[in-house]
Design a protein around this ligand. Structure first.
Ligand code: MG
Ligand code: MG
Ligand code: MG
Length: 301
C-alpha cells in the first residue's frame, strides 16, 4: 500500500492532488490511499462537495510506510516521521526542498501553477481514464492555486489543462465556476486570528533558524480590518513558543493583487524600512511561492 500525502495545513491542491495521484497509482495496478495531514479548509470542502468525493483519511504518521509526496518537497511540511518512511514518488511545483531518499524515486517537478496540472499530464501520458469527479478535483485545484489564472505562477499548461478538464467535467460556465470557488476561498467568517494564521502556514528553515509565513486570500482587505492587532499578537506568541526568528502572514486581496504583510520576531526590524504609514504593503503580490517568500529571503539574509 502506498500512502499519498500532501503537505501540512493542507490547501486544495494538496488534498485534490493526493486524491488524484492515488487514482493514477491505482490505474497502474498498485494499491494506493490518499491521506491528509490536517483539517480541510472551506474552499476544499466546496470542491469536494462539487466533485462528490469524500475527504482523505487523517494521518500524521507514516513510519514504515511507502509514500508519495504531493505539492511539497520540504521536510518541514512532511509528516514528522517521514525519515522512517520510504519515499517512492514526488509530484510538485515548488522549488526543490530538502527531502532525501534511500532508493531511486519517481519525481515529477514542473514549474507550473499547480500539482494537478502535472497529474493531468501524467494521466494523459499514461492514457489513464479521467472520470468526471477527477476532472472537477483537478480543475478546481488548478483554479485555486492560480487564483483563477491571475497568479504569476500560472502557465499555459495550467490554462490548457483547465480547458480540457472543464470539457470532461461538463462545466459550461467556467466564469461562474471560478466565482463560486473564489467565494469559498476567501470566506473567513468566524475564524479567529490564530486560525487565520494557521490556515495556510508554511515553515521554512532559513539561515539556521525557523521562519513561518502564512497567507490569507481575501476578496478585500477590509475583511481583516478589526483583526490586525490579534494577528500580530498571534505571530508574537508563535515566535516565543516555537523559537522562531520571524513569523509573518500575507493578507492578499486577490482582486487587486495587493498584499499587506503582518510580521513579528527578532528579524522583523529588517523590514521596517519598507513600511509606509506603519504598514508594509506589497503591490502586485499574489503568490507566496514566486513573490512573497523570494522577496522575504532577500530581505532576511
Ligand atoms: Mg499547496
Ligand atoms: Mg500547489
Ligand atoms: Mg497556495
Amino acid at each position: 500500500m502506498i500512502l499519498v500525502v500532501g503537505h501540512k495545513n493542507p490547501d486544495s491542491d494538496s488534498i485534490c492532488g493526493a486524491l488524484v495521484a492515488a487514482e493514477l497509482l491505482k490505474s497502474r495496478g498498485l494499491e494506493a490511499k490518499p491521506v491528509r495531514q490536517g483539517e480541510i479548509n472551506r474552499e476544499t470542502q466546496h470542491i469536494l462537495a462539487t466533485a462528490g468525493v469524500d475527504q482523505p483519511e487523517f494521518r500524521d504518521s507514516v513510519a514504515g510506510e511507502k509514500v508519495w509526496l504531493v505539492d511539497y518537497t520540504d521536510l518541514a511540511q512532511a509528516p514528522d516521521d517521514i525519515n522512517e518512511a520510504e519515499i517512492l514518488g514526488i509530484v510538485d511545483h515548488h522549488r526543490l526542498g530538502d527531502v532525501m531518499t534511500v532508493n531511486p524515486l519517481e519525481a515529477w517537478i514542473w514549474p507550473v501553477g499547480c500539482t494537478c496540472t502535472i497529474l493531468f499530464n501524467l494521466f494523459k501520458m499514461e492514457q489513464a481514464e479521467i472520470t468526471k469527479p477527477l476532472a472537477v478535483l483537478m480543475m478546481s485545484a488548478i483554479l485555486s492555486d492560480t487564483v483563477g489564472f491571475a497568479s504569476p505562477t500560472c502557465t499555459q499548461k495550467d490554462k490548457d489543462a483547465v480547458q480540457e478538464l472543464a470539457a470532461i467535467a461538463g462545466i459550461e460556465d467556467l466564469d461562474a465556476f471560478i466565482k463560486a470557488l473564489l467565494i469559498a476561498k476567501t470566506n473567513i467568517e468566524g475564524l479567529t486570528a490564530a486560525e487565520l494564521v494557521e490556515k495556510d502556514l508554511k515553515a521554512y528553515p532559513f539561515n539556521g533558524r525557523d521562519v513561518v509565513v502564512g497567507q490569507v486570500e481575501l476578496a478585500t482587505l477590509d475583511q481583516v480590518d478589526g483583526m490586525i492587532e490579534a494577528l500580530e499578537a498571534d505571530l508574537v506568541r508563535r515566535c516565543t513558543e516555537d523559537k522562531l526568528a520571524f513569523a509573518a502572514v500575507m493578507l492578499t486581496d486577490i482582486t487587486t493583487a495587493q498584499t499587506r504583510l503582518i510580521y513579528k520576531g527578532e528579524w522583523a526590524e529588517k523590514l521596517v524600512k519598507h513600511e509606509q504609514d506603519g504598514q508594509l504593503m506589497m503591490e502586485n503580490t499574489l503568490s507566496r511561492k514566486k513573490q512573497g517568500w523570494p522577496w522575504l529571503q532577500n530581505e532576511l539574509v
